[in-house]
Design a protein around this ligand. Structure first.
Ligand SMILES: [Zn+2]
Length: 560
């Protein structure tokens, strides 16, 4: 074989290092310039180049020419978690085979194979043998986090990493129809080597979601069995073990496939099982990528038509879901191959511990909760108004191809504003942010003075879904939840108690609504009446005289 990969030259339990991987693709691209184009698309936080590659059967690599011809784009992302590296090695062998096997290349037809060889470059270079606690092989591998200790598979919306910023732009520019982002799982033990997370079909929505659930997934599961790698849905047990059923993993937009769904791209996260030999994980990963690719080649134009339909302009006031939850009322059934769970006394503490007995395999139908229902819907506004001060938000919309109207003159806008009535945040940092798990809103009509340079996001555009699910505060991974607007949650001035004691009396006299609210508060909180700060803070927060209008007012306004 010409151009063997480091994995192929190894004892089948070794993964490539980053430098060898990049050098391998550079050599292929020099040797087979009609098949492969390989190029940097950005840098990592540690300053190393982030690469991507394109394979096409007819030597056309230009993105605009490919889009103009309406050609399907299949995208394979690897190494987001470099401790889960089989996809990195499998992609190298697949691209090499495109280069050296003309029939395989020709079988791509019009479809373009786009790939990122190693997405988390910093993590891949942080090579060691210990960080994957539960995993069998390979002998050495990279680390999960990047140079800023960020998990890149939580970073697609907030984009703290330079890699995610480059990815947002790259993904938007190429607009792939189907994406496969390769992983290794943690969790239960069972017989399968390959398990599959798909973009949750109800969340993907519409004809595209139905097509994925009813046509694409059954075909891929059947094809994987044919290829010798029977595959099950990602094992996300409803209770402790798969015996009681499994439920779809709701991959919200911080994850690769959830992000892809905001662009109406069908996404998969194959997760090989960590306790299977690396060589098997490698082989099943290669089979999975080839299976999804083959489906894309065969059904590319159908997928493209469904994506176009999903991008039809949003009608004003049409209801858009922004929050989903599992639906436990209508399980599907999956014929599952498991191992018997056994419980024994722990030798560490006074409790029973779970183990799986591989000498007791079982096969039976289990409940598969693969549907979700909408938890929160919002009426789509005509446009969102964003003051230019919130430039990190505007920047991210631009990276994602959202068309913006920059106002050229000051003008008054009428719309609907949110107040943040309540937030409950995580007690500690989550991926470097203060994440707000619970968000309650009030709504009121408003008139705002918009200035030249401020931005309007009209929703009659193809990228509307990204805008709605990042700008609506209650959406799973809104910019608000990630803390981009935290400054509005703080009052900026404060009172001196000895002065405000007298001011508050005047306010109670002048503001009957405040007086009524204060009476209610006193009845409900008798114990707090002996706490001066509690009393004055209530009056300060609820009185109008020294109100700060910016406090708890979400600055993005819905223009109806
Ligand atoms: Zn992973």
């Amino acid at each position: 074989m010409t151009h063997p990969t480091p994995f192929e030259r190894s004892n089948q339990n070794q993964t490539t290092d980053w430098a060898s991987c990049i050098a391998f693709y550079e050599t292929l691209a020099r040797t087979f310039p009609q098949v492969l184009r390989f190029f940097p698309i950005g840098t990592s936080d540690n300053g190393l180049p982030l690469h991507a590659g394109v394979v096409s059967a007819d030597g056309v690599f230009d993105r605009e020419a490919i889009h103009a011809a309406g050609r399907p784009v299949f995208f394979n992302n690897n190494g987001i978690h470099p401790g889960e590296p089989e996809g990195i090695d499998a992609c190298m062998a697949l691209v090499r085979d495109f280069c050296t096997q003309p029939q395989r290349l020709a079988a791509l037809g019009q479809t373009v194979f786009l790939f990122i060889p190693v997405y988390n470059v910093d993590g891949c270079l942080n090579r060691q043998a210990t960080s994957r606690v539960n995993q069998l092989g390979p002998e050495e591998f990279g680390f999960r986090a990047n140079g800023r200790n960020l998990d890149l598979n939580r970073d697609f919306i907030k984009c703290d990493s330079l890699a995610a910023q480059a990815f947002n732009r790259f993904f938007t520019a190429w607009d792939p129809d189907v994406m496969v982002d390769t992983h290794t799982s943690n969790g239960a033990d069972y017989q399968y080597t390959m398990t599959l997370i798909n973009t949750q079909t109800d969340k993907l929505g519409g004809g595209l979601g139905d097509f994925l659930r009813d046509t694409m997934l059954p075909t891929i599961y059947a094809d994987m069995t044919q290829r010798g790698w029977p595959t099950c849905p990602y094992v996300n047990p409803v209770k402790t073990t798969p015996d009681d059923g499994i439920e779809d993993f709701l991959e919200v937009p911080r994850f690769s496939t959830g992000y892809a769904a905001l662009h109406h791209t069908i996404g998969f996260m194959p997760e090989t099982h960590m306790l299977k030999p690396f060589a098997d994980r490698y082989a099943s990963m290669r089979a999975l990528v080839e299976s999804v690719l083959a489906f894309t080649v065969e059904h590319g134009s159908a997928i493209q038509a469904l994506r176009r339909a999903a991008r039809a302009p949003l009608a004003v006031c049409s209801l858009r879901p922004v929050l989903w939850r599992p639906d436990y009322s209508r399980p599907a059934s999956f014929r599952f191959k498991g191992f018997a769970p056994i419980y024994g006394e722990s030798q560490l503490g006074n409790y029973y511990r779970l183990a799986y007995d591989r000498n007791q395999p079982w096969e039976r139908d289990i409940a598969w909760f693969n549907r979700c229902v909408t938890d929160v819907e919002v009426a789509a506004p005509r446009s969102y108004y964003i003051p230019q001060a919130w430039r990190e938000v505007i920047e991210r919309l631009q990276w994602n191809g959202v068309e913006l109207e920059h106002l050229t003159v000051d003008r008054l806008l009428q719309g609907e504003a949110y107040t943040i009535d309540r937030v409950a945040s995580r007690p500690g940092p989550y991926e470097g942010h203060l994440f707000h798990d619970e968000v309650q809103l009030g709504t009121h009509a408003t008139t705002v003075q918009a200035r030249a340079g401020d931005v309007l996001v009209h929703l009659d555009q193809p990228r509307a879904r990204y805008a709605v699910e990042t700008l609506e505060p209650r959406a799973h991974d809104s910019f608000f939840r990630w803390g981009f607007f935290n400054a509005i949650l703080e009052k900026k001035e404060h009172f001196s108690d000895y002065v405000f004691e007298d001011t508050a009396l005047e306010m109670l006299h002048d503001e009957p609504e405040l007086a009524a609210a204060f009476s209610r508060w006193k009845t409900e909180n008798p114990a707090l009446l002996s706490d001066q700060q509690a009393v004055l803070s209530f009056l300060y927060a609820n009185g109008q005289r020294h109100a700060e209008p910016e406090w708890r007012r979400y600055p993005v306004v819905r223009v109806m």
